[in-house]
Design a protein around this ligand. Structure first.
Ligand SMILES: NC(=O)c1ccc[n+]([C@@H]2O[C@H](COP(=O)([O-])OP(=O)(O)OC[C@H]3O[C@@H](n4cnc5c(N)ncnc54)[C@H](O)[C@@H]3O)[C@@H](O)[C@H]2O)c1
Length: 365
């Protein structure tokens, strides 16, 4: 933190703060002068994500599992509850952990907020809409989720976490808010986490085929991390209970996303079609009327720009950046699909279909 930065005197706890989204939140909060305690058990996060914050005044890292009750000594003004495995590769590897983090972890994070009368924000997800029958999805839509499918460990954990958060507010008057994040991408995603953007970028930079699932016509909407962080902090500063959708409405097919990344990286990679995962949503696009109206928020970063920044970061890692290149997380990393944004049409050097292993999903979180 720069010595000229003025402290707000506030203290935020970010669970999952060593993960992709959480580490950007920690950085943004510290930049505005809020002290931050990052609580993380590093099951999918990495200390490298918060290495730039170590030693900064006001930053504390607490290595703890939120499934167990945890506490921080200093009074808390804001709890951002972002701990949860989020990529399909991760939650399929950690099914019970994911359910327990969404349930017990949410209970424990809410208890901390209640203790100090803090504002509490739950990171929910577009996955609560499942394979949606309504398009685009607004917050009134109840979703179409398979409760016993492979993805249910994540989807139902988040649905339970939402229910718990609402019940906590009703029963104890805790000041809660729920954000439903649609697919977000940017620097610090892991090349092997199974999500479309990092998978495609990793493959393109390595000159490997980009693995597109199904016929690649399924769509996602992609938000750049800076936009998502701005929306979360706007929600934290408001008194809205939500849920509020945060996402980019520019929808893109997975095939166009793959072609765009090939063009932006200048790669000679081909596209290879592989099987589509079980319960993979065909479409995904947020209705953000509520966030626009109540939070005065809308995404600013277009896909071409956000992808270029993300590609630049991946190149840096390959060149020996602090993440030391790519990490394997033990998950599968067949193809990918994700989200949206714009698409530059790009040449593709032969597209093939290869029957492939069946993973339960490579989109979002
Ligand atoms: N990235 C997206 O597109 C997206 C979309 C929708 C919702 N979200 C939500 O945002 C949050 C962060 O997602 P992400 O993409 O940064 O994933 P991530 O895996 O990079 O980060 C999750 C963090 O939570 C930590 N964690 C998991 N279980 C924990 C536990 N029991 N105790 C303590 N720490 C634990 C992990 O170590 C990791 O640092 C998640 O709650 C996810 O559901 C993300």
């Amino acid at each position: 933190m720069s010595s000229t930065r003025r402290s707000t005197g506030k203290h935020a706890v970010v669970t999952g703060g060593a993960g992709f989204v959480g580490s950007h939140l920690c950085t943004a909060l510290l930049a505005e002068g809020t002290a931050v305690t990052c609580v993380d058990n590093l099951c999918t996060g990495m200390v490298e994500n918060i290495a730039h914050l170590a030693g900064q005044p006001g930053f504390t890292f607490l290595n703890a599992d939120v499934r167990e009750p945890f506490t921080v000594d200093r009074p808390v003004d804001l709890v951002l509850h972002f701990a949860s495995p989020a990529s399909p590769a991760d939650y399929l590897r950690l099914p019970l952990h994911t359910l327990e983090t969404g349930s017990l972890g949410t209970r424990n994070a809410l208890a901390l907020a209640r203790r100090d009368g803090a504002r509490f924000i739950l990171a929910s997800t577009s996955e609560v809409y499942g394979d949606p029958q309504q398009h685009p999805q607004n917050e009134q839509y109840w979703g179409n989720v398979n409760p016993v499918g492979p993805r249910s460990v994540y989807d139902e954990a988040k649905r339970f976490a939402e229910a718990f958060t609402v019940a906590e507010a009703n029963e104890h008057g805790t000041d809660t808010g729920i954000v439903r994040l649609f697919n977000t991408y940017g620097p610090r995603m892991r090349g092997y986490d199974g999500r479309a953007v990092p998978t495609f970028i990793r493959q393109a930079l390595a000159g490997e085929p980009l693995t597109v699932t199904g016929d690649g016509r399924q769509t996602r909407s992609l938000a750049y991390i800076d936009d998502t962080v701005r929306g979360i902090l706007a929600m934290a500063a408001s008194d809205l209970r939500g849920p509020v959708n945060l996402g980019n409405q520019a929808e893109i097919t997975m095939l166009d996303l793959a072609r765009t990344i090939i063009a932006l990286t200048g790669s000679r990679s081909e596209i290879r079609f592989v099987d589509r995962p079980t319960d993979d949503p065909a479409v995904r696009c947020p209705d953000i009327t509520l966030a626009r109206g109540k939070l005065r928020w809308k995404p600013r970063v277009e896909a071409a720009e956000g992808l270029a920044r993300t590609i630049a970061w991946f190149r840096e890692q390959n060149d020996g950046g602090q993440h030391g290149g790519e990490q394997h997380d033990g998950g599968q990393h067949t193809s990918a699909q994700h989200d949206g944004g714009q698409h530059t049409s790009a040449q593709h050097h032969g597209e093939q279909h290869t029957p492939a292993q069946h993973t339960a999903g490579q989109h979002d979180a």
